[in-house]
Design a protein around this ligand. Structure first.
Ligand code: WT7
Length: 638
């Protein structure tokens, strides 16, 4: 365990040390892990190419740190608790030893099916323990996992599989979420029509829905486990990895085109996910940690699987949704497992808030000691509701700002140590050097200022590249402000030096904590046969944080708006997934464009927000009359 920070003075000291001598700071953090061979160089970097290497020459396997290392000391302690979607179904628990055995077995299954070090493996699974086992088994044999969230469509999966040239897919027949059953294998079958690189599909039994099993390609998880058991292959020696070998790829949306594959590496990600877990949450051995994210997102990677297991913690994973079978489900889970740390998203808090206090009545929440928030700005009302009713004013709230690209938490109060302020992610963790810059990339110094949030020094958990396209990584993150990593977020630093993230400054939306590119949604809408052109913007949404507002030009002959709307929603669902479906679709005859043909999104954003009186300067528009037509038809309910 990395020593925790006990006082605010200690935080300040650690922070200064981390800026004065970052290498010594991170060497010390890295020394708490098991390395097969120590690194020869702590850090090599430039943000121009970019080239970032942490712990160069170090050899390790992250699963030895997640599992093997704990066997002697806490082999019989619980590593993973699984709460099923249906509260009537039996929960499952795995000790560190049991999880170790399962991971070794499945690692052998992967090997038996031809997987080897460096191969890319796509995982498309519901939130069942086998998902965590599959992730760790990949890491064990040195295969690079690419987990795709279970809500993405066949087309999205196909794009990701092709981009990474995956050779194997791990999925399940189906899955359960609330009162819905999801058909995962059928979606995979549709995706694989376009993916010749995939040679094998391993299918876990979960929902027992009828599925196609293709001879020579598809095998059952359970049969394959039996085979390795018969062969006595219960141990699997971990593959030796270089610190800078890829650990995983995770696709995330950007402001343009297709999602990009963010690459994280073995050594740096290991140190960073564990360090941030232990530091931010002030993790104490024996505590039960409940992160409500899906493993399909970075939050699940870092704070359900890797961070907690690296720390020898008990991690709780939940298959279902917070409002099913009723809106008290989350609190039932907290009570049932005596959860100590609850880490969830503002959208979940706002959704639960809307049910009032009734669902909390009679639920024992006294086990809770620390609360976390992640994924989007948390509004003050939600912050206070969380503090008053869930934390009962005794639990520090840590509002954690970070990104898929950062690998772990970057700016957040250290639970119980950093004085909090509702709506503020407060201060950077030791090791993180944020700066605010103006439009020209000039650093804005001092307090009581706002600007674009950048990071000026590398940290071990940062992305190394975007898979298969390093130039894209450079252009996206390192070219806007030379010498800095640009986050894409706007931010203010108040009089006390506290940071408040104000939201994306690029064309990326954050809908219920899910990141979606406007261009991505537009591309999907434009696939619909009768759409001529579209423009998508975000608008404030009470529960989701942001909603998706689409302005759409259709071919003139259409006369059934309602049906067209439904068709467009279906098209977006098919192309991206249900999470990208617009909340509002307004049919328009034209879009506000400049003389050079650029859509003026600023105007559309104002209209979507309902701020019609303040459209600003529209004189540079090619046809200002377009704006009047759009204003007249605006779908404003707020
Ligand atoms: C974007 C990253 C961090 C893991 C989950 C999302 C927004 C994230 C906060 C926060 C305000 C936040 C930012 C960021 N965001 N956390 N505490 N306060 N905004 O990861 O999908 O990569 O999205 O989410 O805009 O850039 P992601």
């Amino acid at each position: 365990m990395i020593p925790t920070i006990k006082t605010f003075e200690e935080y300040q000291q650690q922070y200064s040390l981390s800026v004065q001598n970052p290498e010594a700071f991170w060497e010390e953090k890295a020394s708490y892990f098991q390395w097969r061979k120590k690194w020869d160089k702590t850090l090599e970097w430039n943000f121009q190419e970019p080239n970032i290497k942490w712990f160069r020459g170090g050899k390790l396997n992250i699963t030895e740190n997640c599992l093997d290392r704990h066997l002697a000391e806490r082999g019989d302690e619980t590593a993973l608790i699984w709460e099923p979607n249906d509260p009537e179904e039996h929960f499952r628990k795995f000790t560190y030893r049991e999880l170790y055995n399962k991971v070794c077995q499945f690692a052998n299954v992967l090997k038996n099916n031809g997987a080897k070090k460096g191969d890319r493996i796509c995982i498309y699974m519901p939130m069942v323990p086998e998902l965590a086992i599959a992730v760790l088994a990949c890491a064990r044999i040195g295969a690079i996992h690419s987990v795709v969230f279970g809500g993405f469509s066949a087309q999205s999966i196909a794009d990701r599989i092709q981009d990474a040239q995956c050779s194997l897919v791990i999925t399940s027949d189906g899955g359960f979420r609330g009162n819905k059953e999801v058909q995962l294998k059928t979606v995979i079958d549709d995706a694989l029509v376009q993916c010749p690189s995939v040679k094998k599909v391993i299918v876990l039994t979960r929902s027992r829905t009828p599925i196609a099993m293709i001879k020579g390609r598809d095998v059952w998880w359970e049969d394959e486990i039996k085979k390795v058991e018969t062969l006595g292959l219960n141990e699997c020696k971990a593959e030796e990895m270089d610190a800078e070998d890829m650990l995983f790829i995770l696709y995330t949306s950007g402001s343009t085109g297709k999602p990009k594959g963010v690459v994280h590496t073995c050594g740096g990600y290991m140190v960073y996910s564990a360090y941030t877990f232990q530091t931010t949450f002030q993790y104490n051995p024996g505590e039960v940690h409940f992160c409500t994210a899906d493993i399909g997102w970075i939050t699940g990677h870092s704070y359900i699987v890797y961070g907690p297991l690296l720390s020898g913690a008990t991690s709780l994973m939940f298959e279902g949704v917070p409002t099913w079978p009723n809106s008290g489900r989350m609190w039932d889970i907290v009570q049932k497992y005596k959860v100590n740390i609850l880490y969830t998203a503002p959208t979940a808090i706002r959704s639960l808030m809307s049910f009032g206090l009734e669902p909390i009545k009679g639920k024992d929440l006294n086990s809770l000691t620390k609360l976390g928030s992640v994924g989007e700005p948390i509004n003050e009302e939600a912050w206070h509701w969380y503090d008053d009713n869930i934390g009962q004013k005794r639990c520090p709230i840590t509002d954690t700002w970070w990104q898929t690209e950062t690998g772990g938490i970057m700016i957040a109060p250290i639970a119980g140590v950093t004085p909090t302020k509702p709506g503020y992610a407060t201060l950077p963790l030791p090791g993180i050097q944020p700066v605010l810059v103006d439009e020209n990339g000039k650093e804005i110094v001092g307090n009581g200022v706002s600007g674009n949030l950048c990071i000026k020094f590398p940290w071990p958990g940062m992305l190394r590249t975007t898979y298969g396209d390093h130039e894209r990584c450079r252009v996206n993150y390192f070219a806007t402000y030379p010498g800095l990593y640009f986050t894409g977020d706007g931010c203010l630093r108040d009089q006390d030096g506290y940071y408040r993230i104000t939201g994306r400054v690029d064309d990326v939306l954050n809908v219920s904590g899910h990141r979606i590119g406007t261009a991505e949604v537009e591309n999907a809408i434009n696939m619909y046969s009768d759409v001529v052109e579209s423009a998508v913007v975000g608008y404030p949404h009470d529960v989701k944080g942001q909603g998706i507002y689409a302005f759409v030009i259709c071919t003139p002959h259409l006369n059934d708006d309602e049906l067209t709307r439904k068709d467009i929603l279906m098209t977006v669902s098919r192309i991206i997934g249900p999470i990208a479906k617009p909340d509002k679709i307004q049919f328009v005859k034209g879009l506000p464009k400049t003389r050079s043909g650029k859509i003026m999104r600023r105007i559309l954003r104002k209209i979507a927000e309902g701020d019609i009186a303040n459209l600003g300067d529209t004189s540079t528009l090619l046809d200002p009359a377009v704006v009047d037509e759009i204003k007249a038809g605006a779908l404003i309910s707020v």
